[in-house]
Design a protein around this ligand. Structure first.
Ligand code: DX5
Ligand code: ZN
Length: 220
């Protein structure tokens, strides 16, 4: 299992997104948090900005849509913004299997996210349609929050299902990932690690990416 790091632009300077992307050349994915001020109490960027970003970096875009009605709004991130992975929230999706079909038809990976309080069990069957499971390790909406270790049993359970061949998924964790917490997340079975403040508040963001990946590699 090769751990991957997804640097999260939420902690970067929003007036300099292209520079922020260029600051983490060794990041595996570039994590883009789309928030609509309805699904979460915060507002960030939408499709036009993600399209502009696509033209400004070669890094694979990992779009995390914290929005209502992803059935309607998610596919264009794959179709029109060329995202590598598009993740929608299970709590907001009306027909998650159809969303996954649309995303894959547009050539993207399909991701399903669950909030800390959302159980994994009801989604195990439909996760067969997905490529990525994003287990939120903070309440979605803001960067710089404290890692919630209590969600790790969900990561462990997902990893068990992958190891036993029931599911084929990248298991992504998002929120509060730093040099203190990445070990526990990696040991639980995560293999994609989103990091915002741990990367962009570091003196050398790209070095921070490398350090996080190295720690995750040791644990897994
Ligand atoms: C929070 C976002 C995260 C955020 C994580 O809702 O989904 O991607 O950037 O930030 P840190 O790593 O600072 O917790
Ligand atoms: Zn995110």
């Amino acid at each position: 299992m090769q751990p991957r790091i997804a640097a999260s632009l939420l902690s970067a300077d929003f007036a300099r997104l292209a520079e922020a992307a260029a600051a983490v050349p060794s990041s595996d994915w570039l994590h883009v948090d789309v928030m609509d001020n309805h699904f979460v109490p915060n507002l960030t960027i939408g499709l036009p900005v993600v399209q502009a970003l696509r033209a400004s970096t070669d890094l694979p875009l990992d779009c995390h849509l914290m929005i209502d009605d992803p059935d309607r709004w998610a596919p264009p991130y794959a179709e029109e913004a060329g995202a590598h992975n598009v993740t929608v929230h299970a709590e907001a999706a009306a027909d998650p299997v159809m969303i996954a079909r649309d995303l894959r038809a547009a050539g993207a990976l399909a991701g399903l996210a669950i909030k800390p309080g959302t159980p994994l069990e009801p989604y195990l069957e439909l996760l067969r349609s997905y490529d990525t499971l994003l287990v939120m390790t903070v309440e979605p909406g803001f960067g710089g929050q404290e890692f919630i270790a209590g969600v790790l049993p969900k990561v462990r359970e997902a990893r068990r299902r992958v190891e036993s061949g029931h599911l084929t998924l990248a298991i992504e964790v998002d929120g509060g990932i730093n040099t203190d917490t990445i070990l526990a997340a990696a040991e639980a079975g995560a293999d994609v690690f989103v990091a915002g403040s741990a990367v962009y508040h570091a003196d050398d963001p790209d070095r921070a990416v490398g350090e996080l990946r190295e720690l995750a590699r040791k644990a897994s």
